[in-house]
Structure formats: C-alpha cells, structure tokens
Design a protein around this ligand. Structure first.
Ligand code: SF4
Length: 616
C-alpha cells in the first residue's frame, strides 16, 4: 500500500486515528495493524506453496531490523516476520517485470536472488562474494562540512612531517587490492546486536543510508538468528520514456467500483492532480522518501504530462478546469540533477542541498517553468495549482521560476516547510537555516506585489524532533509571535521505520556522523508531557495552552515572557471558557514539575482584547 499501516492508524502520540483517508467514507478500522504481516500469514495458511512476494511502503521501510515506535522496540526485518520468499523495496517496476518473466520461464523463486531492489532470507553467503564488516568500514568523517570534492569522505590533510611548502615531496603509494564492488556485501551488525546495543543500531542506520546510491551501493546482509537477511543494491532509476509508459497505462482514474458512491478522501485529493516526477535529494532525516524512492530524480517527459492533463480534462467526471497539483514528492525538483553522471554515480552524500547546495547540482528550473506555461495554456484548463511541498532553498536560486509560481500557481497561500528556526534541530533534520527562508519570503512578497496579488506564506514546523530543546521551541514560538503567525495545525515528530531521525530518537546518537560509544549524543523529546509542551509552544496563541506555558516559562526562568504586552508570549489572564479547574501541574515535564515555582497558583486576571489580530 501507500502507507505504513501503523502510521495510517495511529497519531504521533500513539492515539488511534478516528478516520482513514484510504477507506470508503473514511471509515477507520478496515485494515489490520501491521497489515503486511497479517495478510502474509493468511496467504501462507491457504497457499503455502505459492511464491509470496511483498512490497510497498510498509515492506520497503521495514526491510532490515528497525525501530518500531508503536511497540518501542526493535523489530526483525519484515522478511523474517512474513516468511516472504522475496521482498521488493523502493519503486520496483523493473524488478517485478524481471521476476514475472523468470518465474514464467520456470525458475524457482528461491533461485532468483540477483534482482536489484530485492531482499530475501538465505543461509550463509553465496560463493564468490567478499564480506566486509560494516564496523571496519565506517570512517567517513564529518558530514557537517560539505566536501569540495564530492568523492572525498575525509578531509585531505598533509602527512605527519610532510613539507607543505615549496619543497618537493616524494610520496610512496601502496597499491591495495580492492574487492569487486559488485561482488561485495557489507555485513551490518546482527538483529540481536542492534536490538541490544543502541550505538550499533545507530551505526547500522548510518551504513545503511550510505549504501543507497544505485551508482555505488553494495549489497547488505544482516544476520537474524541463524539466517541472513540479504538486500541487493537499490533499483536503477527509470528513464523518462519508461516512466511515461508507466504513467500512461490505462488507469481508470476512478475508485474501485465496489466502493459505489462512498467518498474516498485520498482519491478526492489526487483525482485532478498529476505526478510529474519521483525521488528526492533533499535528505530530510525525518522523511522516508529517500529510503524508498531514492535520491535520483526521475522525471516524466513534458509530452506525457500534457497528455495526462488532457485525459483528465476529457474523461474525469467533475473536472471543472482546475488542476489541483503538478508535482511529486517535492514540487520543484523536476529534471534537477547532478551536472555529471559520473560524479552522481560515485557520490555518497546524503543530500544534494545540505548543508548547502552542492556546486555540482544543476538548479535551473527552466524545464519546470516551461512545463507550467505549457500546461496552463492547454485548452480547457483554467488554473494549475502547485500543492506539493516547495523546496524553497533551491527555488530561490531561480527567481524566474519563483515569479512564475507566485504569479500564476498560488491559490492565495503557499505552504512551505522551514520545520524549525533554530540551528540545533535544523542540523539534525538536515534543513537549511532561516536566512534562506527570509530570502525566499522577500522574493515571494516582491513577486506577489508585482502580480497585484495578496498572498501569504504558510510555514510548517515540527515539534519534538530529536535535537530540539525546550529553549529551541521557545525561540520558535517567539519567532512565530514576532511574525504574527498563528498555526492551525502542528505536526509532532513521528519516528517512522528506517528514517535517520528515528534512529536518533531511539538511540540518542547522531548517525549523520561516525557513530561510536562516545560520539555526539542527541537528546529526544519522549515523554508525553514534554511532547505536549513542545506542541503547546507552537500554538502559543491557543488559550487552552496558556496555563501550561505559564508554568513552563516560570520553570525555564522566563517569567518575563508572561504579560499582556506585545513582547510577551502568553498573557496573564485566562478566558473563562478555558478555566476548568485545571490542575496547574498536569502536563508538565517531570523535571519541571519538581520545580518549586509551580507550587504557586496562577494569578487570575480579567480577559483583555487583543490589539493586533493575527494576520493568518
Ligand atoms: S549534486 Fe548531489 S549527487 Fe551530485 S555531487 Fe552534489 S551531492 Fe552528489
């Protein structure tokens, strides 16, 4: 399916969701938790001898031993859980077609172990393979500074005693035999080891993510008990022509007929939208798109996209001339790629845009701008909106694109995701700093003004991300207040299987750097009370959060932020409707709850009118 069943069923606070966008009439509870495992068990009961092949998001993102947020435990690879014969991870069209042909030719499923993007259980390691222990490999140095040479994984430095002046230095080179990459497998620490040792879990996560570029990734193997889970390197990305064929298969663009007239929220959302590309090179650590689709952008041809828009216009019931989105995992990575395919296939960076935009990345949005112009000029098309998330740090590199976007494709509000304002959490998310946001905001406002449009940016933020302190959240709240933003929705960090940020959350280590027992620790927000506080700081304007915020501010020594002026975060008064005999200590993080200042009851003040209503 499109979504991990646990993410689908539970909120980031592990509460059961009341609806399900993928079910007719949004009814919840129609699918089991851990659906892949449950369905596989049933299938095995009924058809034990039929080859069982799993794939989709849930299988893909649970392909090695992984932290499961809902049970707060490390789970085995889903290949073990399901006893599937084969797992396909990522976009598996190539793999599925090859498998189908080989099965049709009579090959046994257990003999098919060489398809890229597949994983399976095996005893031992096949002959002819060199096994490298991951703990001997991981000396890549810091990712904090962008290497000038993208191949470089360690800062080049002079040898001890080397003459760095004008004198000539004679170097001695030892020629080392390097094993054939295509026949090399990296052994990750076993399931039993990563389950019991958090530093090894973080190390395994780091090595796993460094082996995701299809151009240079090696096979991975991880022992589970007496058996090995083997993962072949990721699939080779599709070319435009191949992607076009996929997207132009004769889909009905309708929900299944058995759903009748029921409303299907997920379908409603996408029925007038067009997917133009896939993959993402952003590398945000809380997101699993890269682990699934990879970092290399695969884009459709302009012709194919135009044909799909025309098909929507001519065949989809209810179409009124508005395309709701022309996008993908990211709105503006269409046809963006590394300038040199050789460099791209050797690159081992986790992001092309963090900590700064790589000098090898082509950031011209010319093809996307041309596509927008062409699509909105198709006969019968009134408006084309861009609803996918915009990567504003690359958009700002192409002012002509921003002008095009702002002038023609924003429906009053443009959602963007700085995710935080403070450098601590941003560095753990691998997101750009607020300087880039300000540059984009200035350009957005200038272009909106020139177009004669009143339009607003809606920034999105995450609370409780690993590496976020109470002080970071307070600074974010003050930033929101200064900029007069009042957020309706907030996202609290949800550790999804395999994401780097989930490894930080579980282990307290930072897999963005070499992991050792003494390497950098990352604090995570884990208690419900502290998570509630971080969320409350994002919604500082909500009176129901004020009692909690007042107590927290006092505990943090920031009581001067309580008051009724512009520079204060929360007022001293409380609207009557929110005074429900609340226990003032409820909801505070334990450490704060022990602070004496909470013993004092909150002073009551009369409500006062706000002088400056919020803009958004
Ligand atoms: S653009 Fe991306 S793939 Fe190319 S060298 Fe830079 S980081 Fe690597």
């Amino acid at each position: 399916g499109n979504m991990d069943s646990m993410v689908n069923h539970y909120t980031s606070d592990r509460k059961r969701r009341s609806d399900d966008a993928y079910t007719p009439d949004a009814k919840s509870g129609k699918r089991p938790d851990r659906a892949v495992s449950v369905y596989c068990k049933k299938l095995r009961e009924h058809w034990a001898d039929v080859p069982l092949v799993i794939g989709g998001i849930e299988a893909s993102l649970r392909r090695i031993a992984h932290y499961d947020y809902w049970s707060e435990d490390v789970h085995r690879s889903i290949v073990c859980e399901t006893e599937a014969d084969l797992l396909f991870f990522g976009n598996a069209e190539r793999g599925i077609v090859e498998l189908a042909h080989r099965l049709a030719r009579g090959e046994a499923i257990h003999d098919i172990q060489d398809i890229r993007g597949s994983g399976f259980l095996r005893e031992g390691v096949a002959e002819g393979w060199t096994v490298l222990d991951s703990t001997k490999l991981d000396t890549p140095g810091s990712l904090a500074k962008r290497p000038v040479n993208p191949y470089a994984m360690e800062t080049e430095r002079p040898c001890v005693g080397e003459n760095t002046g004008a004198g000539k230095v004679v170097r001695m080179h030892v020629r080392r035999m390097t094993p054939d990459r295509d026949r090399t497998v990296i052994r990750l620490p076993s399931f039993e080891q990563v389950k019991s040792n958090k530093a090894l879990y973080a190390h395994a996560s780091r090595v796993f993510h460094l082996e995701t570029n299809p151009g240079n990734a090696r096979a991975l193997v991880q022992q589970h008990g007496k058996r090995n889970v083997w993962l072949n390197p990721p699939p080779v990305p599709l070319e435009a022509g191949e992607l076009d064929k996929l997207y132009e298969l004769p889909y009905t663009r309708q929900p299944h007929p058995s759903y009748g007239n029921a409303k299907n929220p997920a379908w409603e959302m996408i029925r007038f939208s067009v997917n133009i590309m896939r993959g993402c090179f952003g590398g945000c650590t809380f997101c699993s798109i890269t682990e699934h689709e990879g970092r290399i952008i695969q884009s459709r041809s302009e012709e194919s996209i135009v044909r799909e828009v025309e098909t929507i216009r001519d065949t989809v019931p209810g179409f009124t001339g508005n395309i709701s989105d022309l996008g993908g995992p990211t709105a503006n990575m269409y046809r963006l790629k590394c300038k040199d395919p050789k460099i791209e296939s050797s690159c081992r960076r986790l992001s092309c845009v963090y900590p700064g935009i790589c000098s090898n990345l082509n950031t011209s949005h010319a093809d996307l701008t041309k596509l927008y112009r062409r699509v909105r000029n198709i006969s019968g098309i009134k408006r084309v909106f861009i609803a996918s998330g915009l990567r504003y740090d690359i958009a700002v590199e192409d002012p002509e694109y921003v002008k095009e976007l702002v002038t023609h494709h924003v429906g009053g509000y443009l959602k963007i995701a700085p995710e935080h304002t403070e450098s601590g959490p941003l560095s753990k998310m691998m997101k750009p700093g607020m300087g880039t946001y300000e540059r984009f905001r200035a350009l957005f406002e200038k272009c909106s003004k020139e177009a004669g449009k009143e339009q607003y940016l809606i920034p999105y933020f995450i609370s409780a991300h690993p590496g976020t302190t109470d002080e970071d959240m307070l600074q974010l709240a003050l930033w929101l207040k200064r900029h007069n933003f009042r957020l309706d929705q907030v996202q609290a960090f949800l550790p999804t299987p395999l994401a780097i940020a989930s490894a930080m959350y579980h282990t307290g280590k930072n897999p963005l750097r070499k992991v050792t027992k003494t390497s950098e620790d990352v604090a995570s927000v884990k208690t419900p009370q502290q998570r509630r506080l971080h969320k409350a700081l994002l919604r500082y304007h909500d009176p129901s959060n004020w009692p909690l915020l007042r107590e927290a501010l006092k505990a943090m020594g920031k009581a001067h932020l309580i008051g009724n002026g512009e520079k204060h975060l929360v007022p001293t008064w409380q609207p009557k409707s929110t005074q429900r005999g609340r226990n003032p200590k409820r909801g505070l993080p334990k450490a704060m709850n022990q602070t004496k200042s909470f013993a004092r009851p909150a002073r009551k003040h009369k409500p006062q009118k706000r002088k400056n209503p919020a803009r958004v």
